[in-house]
Design a protein. Sequence first.
Length: 96
Amino acid sequence: MKIRLEEIEQMISVILTKYREVNGNEIIIQSDYYWELDESEIYNVNEEPRDFSIGQISDDLDNLKKSFLSDDLVPYDLQRLAIILKTLSIEKPIYT
């Protein structure tokens, strides 16, 4: 499977534009903590996960902002961003 980053970027842009149209520029979410699976287990669907921990969305967002402001975003920040986007899709789904 190939993933074209340009397509992903365009899709995210369209989705975020729709979010702004429906909810404005600031979205309040209720959840802050989530279950996080160990990276070695997340794609192993043949076995039930055993190694998991708790993550915090507000912490992920704070770290993303700091990395962005210091121009020091790293590949791991994609995981933080993915969690935030997933939270938006669960707590504030938009229907068109």
